[in-house]
Design a protein around this ligand. Structure first.
Ligand SMILES: O=C(O)CCC(=O)C(=O)O
Length: 285
């Protein structure tokens, strides 16, 4: 397994806003996490007692019950194997190198499960506009699949360089209805780059990721993923990391009720639900 991102990989991330950094888990680790994930998926959204460790939420997004995308937030709170994963030394060190931040915390994690044959669409979006509770928009996420994710089973698509164009969530919402199938994700409406930039036809690229690899994306990178028509499931975990710049804005989010600092204060003391994974440059085990 690799120890650290190369300088070339960091440059690629800074240019594109995303990066496949290759394998970080052994097949034994992937198998352990996959069976943990299946155990928790099988419990269902109502399958946890109040007095046992449980994720923060377990819902299907998109409103199309025939085409679910199951999202489980903070599986790390319900599973020691996933708690170890959010502290993974390569992943945390890579986020340090990609953000330049010497202190990092988990904002939250999120399982993204598209069942075989029926998994639905994740519409084009940027992450940061969906996280109004924290500022500034400097988060970086690690995305780790437990099945090979490819165009057939609904891998993510991303637009290179889009993390440099600010908050464009309104433009992305206007793209929603046209994008359900894999091939539809290859094109978008024309877009004018802010601050006097030119008008372009954005060119999304498919981002296949094999099980056990890690893929990183910036919180302003445009991304989405189509239906899963394949006979294979597409299970993955996104871990969203905050940099030490993050402060609480007081605005609403699923995680806001757990935040124990006042509006305007650093998230560093926000509470146990936001674990510190890097302190003064060193990985926190
Ligand atoms: O797993 C997916 O298809 C979408 C994940 C996503 O939007 C994210 O990790 O920010």
């Amino acid at each position: 397994m690799q120890q650290r991102l190369s300088a070339q990989a960091v440059d690629q991330f800074k240019r594109d806003g995303f990066l496949n950094a290759g394998p970080v888990l052994s097949m034994a680790e992937v198998d352990e996490l996959s069976s943990e994930l299946d155990r928790i998926i099988a419990r269902g959204s109502d399958g946890f007692r109040e007095d046992e460790p449980r994720p923060v939420s377990y819902v299907s997004i998109g409103g199309d019950t025939d085409r679910p995308v199951w999202q489980i937030v903070n599986i790390w709170m319900a599973s020691p194997a996933f708690e170890r994963l959010i502290h993974h030394p390569f992943v945390v060190t890579a986020i340090r190198d990609l953000t330049g931040s010497q202190n990092l915390q988990v904002w939250h994690d999120q399982v993204q499960y598209k069942p075989a044959a029926s998994g639905g669409t994740t519409a084009w979006h940027q992450d940061a506009p969906y996280w109004p509770a924290i500022e500034p928009m400097t988060e970086v996420s690690a995305w780790i699949p437990f099945d090979d994710a490819d165009v057939e089973n609904g891998c993510m698509w991303m637009v290179p360089g889009s993390h440099l164009w600010g908050n464009q969530i309104d433009f992305l919402h206007r793209q929603r209805d046209q994008h359900k199938e894999g091939r539809d994700f290859a094109t978008m409406d024309e877009f004018t780059i802010p601050d006097g930039g030119k008008t372009i036809s954005p060119r999304p690229v498919a981002c296949p990721v094999r099980r056990g690899e890690v893929h990183f994306h910036h919180a302003l990178t445009w991304h989405g993923s189509p239906h899963n028509h394949s006979p294979r499931p597409r299970r993955a975990l996104a871990i969203h990391y905050m940099t030490s710049e993050a402060v609480f804005t007081g605005r609403n989010h699923l995680m806001s009720k757990y935040i124990k600092v006042a509006v305007g204060e650093s998230m560093i003391n926000a509470g146990a639900e936001f674990p510190l994974v890097l302190k003064e440059g060193a990985v926190v085990a």
